[in-house]
Design a protein around this ligand. Structure first.
Ligand code: ATR
Length: 287
């Protein structure tokens, strides 16, 4: 692309940012949609996030993504915050508004759209959610809001799952999240479940690890969705497939969180054809 006096800039605030795939997502979309826009990663040193956001506002950057470790910390530096992002307590997208930025969470809507695109539904489902960290907490909230029948939140540390369950159940006003220790997974009621893998277990380079390896667990799963996309196929996904289930990785979630951010910044709707073109480029990185 040719950068000129009218080129608008978007970017990513995080630490580290070297391995991000977001520039590929946004620069591909800008190219395909014919927008004069460029997206670059910005490494923000610890303790300098406030300066970075204020500097971005002064430079009139159109929009920003925020990644590890700043998704919660950034909230203190916003002018406004979207309701869903506030409830989740994490922001990954900043959209320019009067005097600064408004924060959104497109990670969860991204997961929802990724699931929709694969024909996976949450409404009325019995869900097993592995993990109770930052990512799993947001997924628990998404499932509760999107009408899951029940979400069994399994975590190595039961206390953490209890805390998250209490908080999410309180927010949505029904006892939908049920905390359980991972070690007790055999106590899950009989039935077939949608399982969402939200722990960091199995992430490269530890590709032979899974939070649960017991066969009896995988017999209960009709569909497995891992938030991890590196490796392309996690041990969790392999185990789901080995027991006859469908398994998906987290690359479409990454894709759609970016697509939704791009839509917010540019006030457009990205077609499925354009989203698929970006996905194809992302996937080539892993094959
Ligand atoms: P993220 O932001 O990616 O969610 P996190 O908040 O640090 O990261 O949460 C990591 C999750 O992976 C937690 O659910 C953690 O379980 P604990 O709460 O018991 O720590 C889970 N996890 C990490 N390493 C694990 C391991 N070796 N075995 C089982 N669970 C693990």
């Amino acid at each position: 692309m040719e950068i000129d006096g009218k080129t608008r800039t978007c970017g990513l605030l995080g630490n580290p940012v070297e391995h991000t795939l977001s520039p590929m997502i946004h620069n591909t979309l800008a190219e395909r949609l014919g927008h004069d826009l460029v997206y670059v990663p910005f490494l923000v040193e610890k303790g300098r996030l406030g300066e970075a956001v204020a500097g971005a506002a002064a430079l009139q950057l159109l929009g920003l993504n925020v990644t590890v470790p700043y998704k919660s910390e950034v909230i203190a530096h916003l002018r406004e915050i979207d309701g869903l992002a506030e409830d989740i307590g994490a922001v990954n997208t900043l959209v320019r508004c009067a005097g600064g930025y408004k924060g959104y969470n497109t990670d969860m809507e991204g997961l929802y759209r990724a699931m929709e695109s694969e024909g996976i539904r949450i409404r009325g489902e019995s869900v097993i959610l592995l993990g109770a960290g930052g990512a799993a907490r947001a997924v628990a909230y998404l499932c509760a809001v999107k009408g899951a029948d029940k979400v069994w939140m399994l975590n190595r540390t039961l206390e953490k799952a209890r805390t998250v369950a209490e908080e999410v159940n309180g927010k949505v006003g029904r006892a939908v999240i049920c905390p359980m220790s991972t070690a007790d997974h055999r106590m899950l009621p009989e039935g077939k479940y949608l399982a969402i893998q939200g722990t960091s277990v199995g992430l490269a380079p530890n590709t032979e690890d899974a939070a649960i390896t017991d066969d009896t667990f995988y017999e209960k799963i009709h569909t497995g969705f891992d938030l991890i996309y590196s490796p392309w196929e996690t041990k969790f996904m392999r185990l789901v497939k080995a027991h006859g289930g469908e398994a998906y990785n987290g690359l479409k979630m990454l894709l759609y969180q970016g697509v939704i951010a791009y839509e917010l910044w540019n006030d457009v709707r990205v077609s499925e054809e354009d989203a698929q073109a970006v996905y194809d480029r992302l996937r080539d990185r892993f094959r």
